[in-house]
Design a protein around this ligand. Structure first.
Ligand code: SF4
Length: 303
C-alpha cells in the first residue's frame, strides 16, 4: 500500500483529483491513505473505522478527529453540487459552496466572514445580513471559472481587505469600492456586538472494566456530531447531578460554555464499545472528552 501524493493526482481528471485536497482542506480527517492507482471516492468517509475500513482504503488517525464524523452519501461518486454537498453531515453552506465552485465549477457563493467583509466594503454597506451577503456575492460571481473567483475572494479578504488597516493601495477592487471612496474603509461593515455566551451543564459517565472504558458515538448531527464520546445525558441550563463526581471539565465552545461533571458508573450506557485505556488516544475523542479522560486518569494517579 502506497501513500498518495499531490504529484500522483496529476494523472487523474482534475475534478476527481480535487477530492482529496478538498477533503484535506475540510479536515475530513482521518487522512485517507490509498493505492496510487485508485481514483479517490467518498468510500473512506464511511462509518467503518481504522482497520475495518474497506480495502484499498485505510485511515491514518489524526488526533481529535473521528473517522465517523462524516457519513457517506449513498450515491455513486462524489456529490458535485453545493446542494448535494450540503447533505453531508458536518458540511455547512460555506464549505459546500466552496467545494462546488472550486472543484466542480458551480456558480456557488461561498461566504465566510472575510468574503462578507469584502462585499460589504465594496458596496459601502454598514450592515450585511447573511442573505444579502450571499445574494451580492452571487451577483459578483462570473460564469467562467467561478472557483478561481471564490479563491481570489478568500485570499483578498484574508490578506488585503483585512478587518483592520485594509491594504487598499494593493487592492484590485479599489476603483469600484465605496468603502475606499468614503476614506474610512475600516468602518465597513459595523462590528457586531458579541452576544453573551450561555453556560450549560452536563454529565459524562466513566464506565471502566478490565482496563477499558465504555465509549459511545454521538449522534451524527449536532455538537461533536458522529464523534466518539463518553456516554452521558443532554447538556442543559440547569446544574447537573454531580453526586460522586470524579471532577468537572470546563470547556468553551463557540456558542456556549459547558461544565461537564464526570461521574463513575458500573454498567455500560447506550450502544458503544470497550476502548482499551492504553489505546484511548486512538479513539478519536474530541478535546472535551479527552480532557475528561485525562482528568479521571490524573485523579487516579494522585490517589
Ligand atoms: S479597496 Fe480597500 S476596502 Fe475596498 S475591497 Fe479593497 S481592501 Fe477592501
Amino acid at each position: 500500500m502506497k501513500s498518495t501524493t499531490t504529484g500522483q493526482f496529476a494523472r487523474w481528471p482534475r475534478r476527481v483529483a480535487a477530492v482529496l485536497p478538498l477533503a484535506s482542506m475540510l479536515m475530513l480527517a482521518p487522512v485517507p491513505v490509498v493505492h496510487a492507482d485508485e481514483p479517490p471516492t467518498l468510500a473512506p468517509f464511511s462509518s467503518a473505522q481504522g482497520a475495518q475500513a474497506p480495502q484499498p482504503w485505510r485511515f491514518t488517525t489524526l488526533p481529535n478527529k473521528a473517522p465517523t464524523r462524516f457519513e457517506v452519501v449513498q450515491q455513486d461518486g462524489f456529490p458535485r453540487t453545493a446542494a448535494e454537498l450540503r447533505l453531508l453531515p458536518g458540511i455547512g453552506a460555506y464549505t459546500s459552496a466552496a467545494i462546488a465552485a472550486i472543484a466542480f465549477g458551480e456558480r456557488a457563493a461561498a461566504v465566510d466572514t472575510n468574503v462578507e467583509r469584502v462585499v460589504a466594503r465594496l458596496h459601502g454597506l454598514k450592515q450585511m445580513p447573511p442573505a444579502d451577503a450571499e445574494r451580492l456575492t452571487l451577483a459578483l460571481l462570473p460564469a467562467d471559472r467561478p472557483g478561481d473567483f471564490v479563491q481570489a475572494m478568500m485570499d483578498l479578504g484574508a490578506t488585503i481587505c483585512r478587518p483592520r488597516k485594509p491594504r487598499c493601495d494593493a487592492c484590485p477592487l479599489a476603483p469600484d469600492c465605496r468603502a475606499f471612496a468614503s476614506g474610512d474603509p475600516e468602518a465597513f461593515p459595523e462590528r457586531r456586538r458579541r452576544a453573551a455566551r450561555p453556560h450549560r451543564h452536563g454529565v459524562a459517565y466513566w464506565i471502566e472494566r478490565g482496563g477499558s472504558v465504555w465509549l459511545v458515538r454521538r449522534p451524527a448531527r449536532g455538537m461533536l456530531g458522529g464523534m466518539a464520546a463518553l456516554p452521558g445525558g443532554e447538556w442543559g441550563d440547569a446544574g447537573s447531578d454531580r453526586l460522586n463526581a470524579i471532577g468537572t471539565v470546563s470547556h468553551v465552545f463557540t456558542h456556549f460554555s459547558l461544565d461537564l461533571a464526570i461521574v463513575p458508573r458500573s454498567e455500560p450506557e447506550g450502544e458503544g464499545w470497550w476502548q482499551p485505556l492504553e489505546g484511548l488516544s486512538e479513539a478519536g475523542l474530541p478535546t472535551l472528552y479527552r480532557r475528561a479522560a485525562e482528568l479521571v486518569l490524573a485523579a487516579r494517579r494522585a490517589a
